[in-house]
Ligand binder design. Structure first.
Ligand code: ADP
Ligand code: ASP
Ligand code: MG
Length: 426
């Protein structure tokens, strides 16, 4: 008997019929003798619908008071799906109970709309499991030190599931979704994308952080920190398929790297349309400017991604960085009202029509010339590179968003990912 956490995404929970299928699948695992904790997302489209309502009433507000209410609102989606799943499980003859984040509690910091989990109390969950119940814990939400409801950022139910699995020291965390695993790139953009049998934890971390929304980045971070065995698999297989077949399907995120994995130069391509570029122009080039600009941005809980500073001309330089598009207006406003006057810079300009395309692979450690092959491929397509950033196992470029699909497809072909032979599966 093992303790296993299942996570079901929005599409998997998208209708009462699908919730019934989830209940049947969970019941199959329970009847096989396992203890189950299930973390559902809101029914598909629900979080967008809720946030859309908010936009109608408070389109320009970005202050903390509004963000608190956004979390109150958005968290309701997961409460609905969790309660419905508990009912569906009870209808299957199982004993099931659902909890909202604050009831567990899942404690987070107070960064509304992108809170981080700080601790999870496992007592209540363990008592229910010991009593033979299937326990359902809402994804995406928690509670801060003052009792305010928080949410974990879009896609945050993945993180809830892995964090619950870590707190319970579960044997495995299974992320059920609408694709049957992690692919070389988003199969909805490149039809020739291949499913990976295994992907190294480090590659998954880069893919997720570079925009592959199949797993939220923080869920992968948690899995790494607490060594949670993680698998991505389909919730669209028939619920009554053989349990062992199901348990070994999809993609395993593995902590073991082997030679075969390193042979592939590039294992995957990620892209991200959610960023915007901000440039502070004519900044006096003196020590401390990066801190003056980015310190203020960090204090406002805004995450910064790619950063470049140009060489200075006549004592002045340009400083550019990217932020999440949701933070674009807030960052522009902050820089214009607070940073620019103190800094004595000429202007702040922004461009939200950019995207970031990244090639990822542990093979990049041992192969040279990978980045230049990427740049050559993009230049042959006439795509201009605006920013570049690299790490040991990835190279990212910021380009005009209208070239995103062309760039991803060309790079997928360039790095032989279109092949039918699965070169990095273990
Ligand atoms: P869920 O609602 O189950 O959390 P998401 O929509 O958040 O599902 O994530 C699954 C989606 O991630 C897929 O439908 C697919 O379009 C997208 N995706 C992006 N990159 C990849 C990738 N490398 N492999 C598989 N899916 C990917
Ligand atoms: N419902 C939330 C969202 O749409 C969380 C999730 O699905 O993981 O972002
Ligand atoms: Mg998701």
């Amino acid at each position: 008997m093992a303790l296993i956490v299942h996570k079901y995404g929005g599409t998997s929970m998208g209708s009462t019929e699908r919730i019934r299928n989830v209940a049947r699948r969970v019941a199959k695992w329970h009847r096989a003798g396992h203890q189950l904790v299930v973390v559902p997302s809101a029914m598909s489209g629900e979080t967008n619908r809720l946030l859309g309502l908010a936009k109608e009433l408070a389109p320009a507000q970005t202050d903390d008071a509004c963000e608190r209410e956004l979390d109150m609102l958005a968290a309701t989606g997961e409460q609905v799906s969790s309660a419905l799943l508990a009912m569906a499980l009870q209808a299957e003859g199982l004993s099931a109970v659902s909890y909202a984040g604050w009831q567990v509690p899942i404690k987070t910091n107070s960064a509304y709309t992108k809170a981080r989990i700080e601790s999870i109390d496992d007592q209540r969950l363990r008592a229910d499991l010991a009593a033979g119940k299937v326990v359902i814990v809402t994804g995406f939400q928690g509670v801060d030190g003052n009792g305010h409801i928080t949410t974990l950022g879009r896609g945050g139910s993945d993180t809830s599931a892995v964090a619950v699995a870590a707190a319970l020291k579960a044997s495995e965390c299974l992320i059920y979704t609408d694709v049957d695993g992690v692919y070389t790139t988003d199969p909805r953009v490149v039809a020739q994308a291949r499913r990976l049998e295994r992907v190294s934890f480090e590659e998954m971390l880069e893919m997720a952080s570079m925009g592959s929304k199949v797993l939220q980045i923080r869920s992968v971070e948690f899995a790494g920190k607490y060594r949670v065995p993680l698998r991505v698999l389909s919730s669209f297989t028939p619920w009554d398929i053989d349990l062992n077949t199901e348990a070994s399907s999809g993609t395993l995120i593995t902590f073991e790297e082997n030679e075969t994995m390193e042979q592939a130069v590039v294992s995957g391509i990620a892209f991200n349309r959610d960023e915007a570029k901000i440039s502070v122009l004519g900044v006096p080039d003196r020590p401390g400017i990066a801190y003056q600009i980015l310190g203020a941005v960090a204090q406002a809980h805004i995450e910064v991604d790619v950063i470049i500073q140009n060489i200075s001309k006549e004592g002045k330089t340009d400083f550019s960085f990217t932020v999440h598009r949701n933070d674009f207006q807030k960052t522009l406003h902050l820089l214009k009202t607070q940073v620019l006057p103190a800094l004595g810079a000429a202007d702040v300009v922004g461009d939200a029509r950019i995207c970031k395309v990244s090639i990822v692979g542990i093979g990049m450690r041992s192969h040279v010339g990978v980045a230049s092959r990427m740049f050559k491929c993009l230049s042959e397509e006439g795509i201009n590179i605006q920013m570049i950033s690299t790490s040991e196992i990835k190279t990212s470029v910021v380009i005009d968003e209208k070239y995103m699909e062309l760039a991803v497809r060309s790079l997928h072909r360039e790095f032989d990912l279109d092949q039918t032979v699965d070169t990095i599966s273990g």
